[in-house]
Design a protein. Sequence first.
Length: 496
Amino acid sequence: MSDSTAVINLDIEGPTISRHLYGHFAEHLGRCIYGGFWVGEDSPTPNEGGIRLDVVEALRALNIPNLRWPGGCFADEYHWKDGIGPREQRPTMVNTHWGDVEENNHFGTHEFMALCELLGAEPYINGNVGSGTVQEMSEWVEYLTRAGDSPMVRLRKANGRQEPWRVKFWGIGNETWGCGGNMRAEYSADLARQYATYCRDHGDNKLYRIASGASDADYKWTETLMQQISCFGCEATPKNYFQGLSVHYYTLAGPWEAKGSATDFDTDDYYRTIAAARNIDRILTGHSTVMDVYDPGRTVGLVLDEWGTWWDVEPGTNPGFLFQQNTLRDALVASTHFDIFHKHAARLHMANIAQTVNVLQAMILTDGDALVLTPTYHVFEMNKGHQDATSLTVHLKGEQLDLFSASASVKDGTVLISLSNLDAEEPARMTLDLRGGRIGDPVARVLTAGRLQDHNAPGTAETVAPRPFDDLKATDRGLVLTLPPHSFVTVEGRLA
């Protein structure tokens, strides 16, 4: 068993951890929307206006801060006017990216906004740059957010919504380097400026425009975008064309063409996965460093609006639906990511896991009326106290630190410490050296299972679920915990 120490200064506060780092993503892909969020008003599954209520209830328990929609790759073939008005009159389209299935457009703008209202989440709408027009996206902004009288306002009112919605977050295209148009960085950057110009603030609805950014470590793409709004080493505030730029990074244990099974993997696969997950620290550092040169005041946000594990689809399912199981390994990828996100809170404004229901590293899996909360869901729930909290720096020292991950925050006098023992086989003794204060009556929970491959399914929904954790004791300097192998532990308590 290894011995390590985490030094946490409870009285030295860092950047705020935006709640939007715990954001979500819902694309018209597989069973994420249809069968996941949307069952239709005639469904026997309890729903409100066609929106599945058990999914809403589960996500509300996470304090879900935002939801990105309609894609993803789907966003750049989606034309929003096809998804408004009476459902029986909406035209059908073909979802060419995901399964070549027919899309009836029954879930559109009004349904999405109703979903966000039920969730208590802010909408993040991704516009169509790849196959759309500047006018189309400009009119979508007007339709949703303008009051008074205008062509789009009249159209919205004709469709049953009198008052405008508040929609702050707008994505200007998606993956324009790939499925969003296979563009060069320079061309995409020019389009970002053009589209951003015509995505206007209406009334007091101030837009946060997010330019389609890089894949993985393509720092040149980020530099090209930043050159549109600032110059090398400038002291001036960047031009206000867009307020954020995106980056996408997925965790794989193998090559793209052979990603491996979500449930049938060995210890070597697990460690390769954890190494790939921790690589997000280097990726975010690289993009942040480029941005710092052009924006030293850090006024422009980095938005990781797609992240998560990507495995081969489950056998017997449509390969275009990207359905995969979700094990304890996925949960530890998530817990590690969040520790890294907290570290980058000064620049990282938002992150969106891919995806929320039935696709990739999902929070929730549905099968008819059955609903299963995944191990990843539980990490989000255990960590929700970090949302809008003030980060606390954690200094690790001791043995095998590459097998340990941690972060901490304080909010309204309550401290939350997150700890991951990434060792597949051995427990770890962790001393929390708390300085500048102490935690009274700490409460701890643990998420683990007998095997890394364990997961939840209908009938075995509690195989991987949080449980009380009592293997901790107080010392003169703080706390000592013995963390089980492959486990995620949270410690919470009031500052005393």
